[in-house]
Design a protein around this ligand. Structure first.
Ligand code: SF4
Length: 477
């Protein structure tokens, strides 16, 4: 994975903040998704019990990932499929390229797959002259716009009807009405031929059931079924953590996924695929290849971050995050956006390109509270910040200030002196309400965006000496 937007983090954030359409549409979408989720939770009745059960399943699976991956791979092969374990992005895409060349593929149709975004499959296929077409409507829109998804379950959430009509008009070579039904009809018409003529279909995998070697896909558009059954070769690209041990376990996580994502009880289509077409089957692909991708996921195994692999990609944490609402998905710079992206991306890729991400959070904890598998996202963000400090990645000035603060906190005389000095030094910058809105030096950046409380005119200790002995009466009577 690499930065989808080469601008520095602060500029990406500025872009989001300065886009009023984006902010309004995210606000609306968040409200819609949140209300839907609340309604679905009420109908379910005992959401906390489901969350506890789903967390236990995910915990058990990831604790025994090697066992279940082995069981899954064996069953896929017993069903007639082929399994390839890719340690890196390069290995995953190289396998796909070899397959595309062997099949002399000209076109590939894709249903939604975050792993294929993560591994930049479309670009690599284009480099060898293979056309890759996204068939999920949202993915199709952002493919035409040459952008990355900005939301895990609603990739084109940042686009309005006018922008979509313009994108489709370029394909049509004529103006198209800004009407949702007409635009959807146009996309369907465009894609229908592509499904029929594609040499390879690539899908993601919402869950992989170890006990039978089955792939489970959830979608609302039906494109996943066409992608996985019409072309002669079907390739599944899945992160290695997508496993669930049994169908009974699937029931628990599948009950939570759509409810947490969109508030739906179930998506329009839930597709389970167990191997390629068998002798007497009416349809289905002749070959099924499953590429199981690590690409940095092992970095989390055995660490305090292991539970990020429990994620079921529902997007609920994005739907409650105030930071995501204001800056939008592209500000995160990678495929995974919002709170889950802020945690996952630096773990997959390291801090070099992603050191700002753990700071893209107000630490309000709404993400943790909503997560259906109880991943402690905001605690992890704090831990990642700590790791960055341990690696000395925080700015030198900041480290110096905190060292000074630490020394002062350990020495009462120094602390009192520091407080007195701060009170006098900062007094000229304080407004009538006791806030600094144009702080000096290192406070400048902070106070550009928000106010900082000025030191109190009278410290607690001073007040106590003056009034405490009179039972706390501030007038000392
Ligand atoms: S971290 Fe939790 S809430 Fe966020 S996408 Fe993953 S499962 Fe959903």
């Amino acid at each position: 994975m690499s930065l989808s937007n080469p601008l520095p983090f602060k500029q990406r954030v500025e872009q989001g903040l300065n886009d009023p359409f984006l902010r309004q549409s995210l606000k609306n979408a968040q409200a819609r998704f949140r209300e839907g989720k609340q309604r679905a939770a009420q109908i379910l009745g005992n959401l906390e019990e489901w969350r506890t059960r789903a967390e236990a399943i995910r915990h058990h699976t990831i604790e025994h990932l090697d066992y279940y991956l082995d069981q899954f791979a064996t069953n896929v092969e017993n069903n007639g499929g082929t399994v390839f374990f890719a340690e890196t992005e390069q290995e995953a895409v190289d396998y796909l390229i070899r397959l595309a060349k062997a099949k002399q593929a000209k076109t590939v149709i894709k249903s939604k797959s975050m792993v294929s975004e993560e591994t930049h499959v479309n670009k690599r296929l284009e480099e060898i002259g293979v056309e890759a077409i996204e068939s999920d409507l949202g993915e199709y829109i952002i493919q035409l716009a040459k952008e990355m998804p900005s939301h895990i379950i609603a990739p084109a959430i940042h686009k309005n009807r006018r922008q979509i009509a313009q994108l489709f008009a370029e394909v049509a070579g004529k103006e198209l009405p800004e009407d949702t039904s007409a635009l959807t009809r146009f996309a369907r018409h465009q894609l229908r031929d592509k499904f029929l003529n594609a040499d390879i279909g690539i899908s993601g995998c919402n869950f992989a059931v170890a006990e039978t070697g089955s792939i489970v896909l959830v979608s609302n558009e039906g494109n996943a079924r066409l992608t996985t059954t019409l072309p002669k070769t079907h390739v599944v690209m899945m992160g290695m953590e997508r496993i669930v041990p049994t169908w009974e376990d699937l029931d628990a996580v599948l009950s939570l996924l759509p409810r947490s994502a969109t508030g739906q009880k179930i998506t329009s289509y839930v597709t389970a695929l167990t191997g390629p077409r068998r002798e007497n089957d009416q349809d289905g692909p002749e070959e099924m290849h499953v590429i199981i991708v690590d690409n940095g996921r092992s970095n989390a195994l055995g660490t305090e971050y292991q539970s990020i692999l429990h994620c079921i990609r529902c997007g609920a944490c994005l739907n409650v995050c105030p930071v995501y609402r204001h800056i939008g998905g592209h500000a995160y710079g990678g495929v995974y956006t919002g709170p889950v992206g802020a945690v996952l991306t630096p773990i997959l890729e390291g801090f070099d390109e992603w050191e700002e991400l753990p700071y893209a959070s107000s630490l309000c904890g709404a993400c943790t509270e909503t997560c259906p598998v109880k991943i402690p996202l905001h605690d992890m963000l704090i831990d990642l910040r700590r790791d960055e400090v341990d690696e000395k990645r925080s700015p030198g000035v900041e480290r110096f200030i905190f060292r000074l603060f630490g020394t002062a906190m350990n020495n009462p005389a120094l602390y009192r002196l520091g407080l007195k000095m701060a009170k006098h030094l900062l007094k000229p910058f304080a407004d009538d309400e006791g806030f600094l809105n144009k702080g000096p030096g290192p406070l400048k950046a902070w106070t550009e965006e928000r106010d900082f409380p000025a030191p109190a005119k009278e410290s607690f200790r001073e007040w106590w000496q003056r009034a405490g002995r009179y039972g706390g009466d501030p007038d000392g009577r």
